[in-house]
Design a protein around this ligand. Structure first.
Ligand SMILES: Nc1nc2c(ncn2[C@@H]2O[C@H](COP(=O)(O)OP(=O)(O)OP(=O)(O)O)[C@@H](O)[C@H]2O)c(=O)[nH]1
Ligand SMILES: [Mg+2]
Length: 378
């Protein structure tokens, strides 16, 4: 391409007038009008320079489900890749109302005082339906949101967890490239989204609540198993003593839960975002967990494993999406379902027919997504 100018869309100056006033009208290229060129190199430069507008546009691009954006986003991420991976990646989970957002706000502000730059992301597939978390987080992280050293991005409005997980992971890479050295990912304490988040972070923090007698308080065993650090939150006022008791009990319970007796048990602490007490200790535990991983070479292994798992999660997600949108499959789906219900066709025969129809569509689905690509070679 010979055009070296910054594309118009990249310079969204709020000042109208001058920049258009004296310029000759651009030559109207109908193709350009229909689909303005997204230049991944220009966008990457803006991200690397830390431009908030550039970062926001880059994240919007990776969140886009438009087939034309897919290839540009892949180019952008390839350019940014050498600049990623240096952040401390922390997942934060806990039942609704446990105080995750308030904790992130309080911790984030402390870390910024220490010179860190904080990226906050969320994996909450339910937020697309309710809009609840987005509104809630904007207000609960109000103070952090004011800071120039923080970038908060609510959970994208994805239809399914796989999509939300993909865009969150890619947004994390964009933010790392932009120089954010701590990435905090909030998620809801319900199960599947924890698995997705643990597949992208170094350390997983569980925020629990004091409520003696109801120890595991609806926290799923699988989530306890994933936790690298646990804090019993809202340890303030009348709650403080009870929080300590709960922490002790949880610590004992973790002995029974950890499947590998030699695996290090997660430290169980107490904290309050209101008073700030215990926040430094929780951060210290996170840093220590990560330092241990790094020293033993496990951090590299963990990230490598995450990448490999991610590869297959992507393939599976794409296959599912492709199957859902395949015209040939849609054309025969209800007829085959009916025949299987009536016993005219076995499930196996119908599945063969669906796969055959899907296979016939795969080539054209691929060409839609990669219009410039003549073959499968990368
Ligand atoms: N006493 C006390 N209250 C807190 C503390 N942290 C949060 N809260 C309160 O608990 C409520 C829920 O806090 P959030 O931070 O929104 O909790 P969350 O876990 O992010 O909630 P969801 O995003 O809805 O799952 C709010 O009313 C907070 O003011 C704390 O340390 N002490
Ligand atoms: Mg929240």
């Amino acid at each position: 391409m010979s055009d070296e100018r910054t594309p118009l869309w990249a310079e969204s100056s709020p000042v109208p007038g001058r920049q258009y006033g004296d310029a000759a009208a651009p030559r109207r290229d109908p193709a350009q009008l229909r689909r303005p060129q997204l230049d991944p190199h220009a966008l990457a430069d803006q991200v690397l320079a830390g431009s908030r507008g550039g970062i926001a546009r880059a994240i919007t691009l990776v969140e886009s489900s438009k087939p034309a954006h897919h290839a540009v986003a892949a180019d952008l991420l390839r350019i940014l890749r050498p600049h990623t991976g240096r952040a401390v990646r922390v997942g934060i989970t806990g039942v609704p109302g446990a105080g995750k957002s308030t904790f992130i706000d309080a911790l984030g502000r402390r870390l910024i005082e220490q010179g860190h730059r904080i990226a906050v992301l969320a994996v909450d597939p339910t937020s697309a339906k309710t809009g609840g978390s987005i509104l809630g987080d904007r207000t609960r992280m109000g103070e952090l949101a004011q800071s120039e050293a923080a970038f908060i991005r609510p959970s994208p409005a994805g239809s399914h967890l796989g999509g939300v997980a993909r865009t969150t992971r890619e947004s994390m890479l964009v933010l790392e490239a932009a120089g954010y050295d701590v990435v905090l990912i909030e998620t809801v304490g319900v199960g599947q989204s924890e698995v997705a988040v643990s597949g992208m972070v170094d350390t997983f923090l569980l925020i629990a609540l004091a409520r003696a007698g109801d120890q595991l308080q609806g926290i799923k065993r699988g989530i306890l198993e994933m936790a690298d650090v646990i804090t019993v939150n809202k340890a303030d006022g009348d709650n403080e003593g009870e929080a300590r008791v709960t922490a002790r009990e949880l610590s004992i319970a973790m002995k029974l839960i950890t499947s590998d007796p030699k695996a290090p048990r997660p430290p169980v602490l107490t904290s309050s975002s209101l008073t700030g007490k215990g926040l430094d200790e929780v951060w210290q535990a996170i840093v220590e967990h990560r330092a241990k991983l790094e020293a033993s070479g496990q951090l590299e292994a963990r990230r490598a494993r995450q990448q490999r798992d991610w590869l297959w999660a992507l393939v599976q997600g794409e296959l599912e999406d492709g199957l859902r949108t395949s015209p040939r499959v849609s054309a025969i789906r209800s007829r085959l379902e009916g025949q299987v219900e009536d016993g005219e066709l076995s499930a196996l025969e119908a599945s063969d027919a669906i796969l055959a129809a899907f296979a016939a569509d795969v080539g054209s689905l691929w060409r839609d997504r990669h219009p410039d690509d003549s073959g499968f070679a990368g």
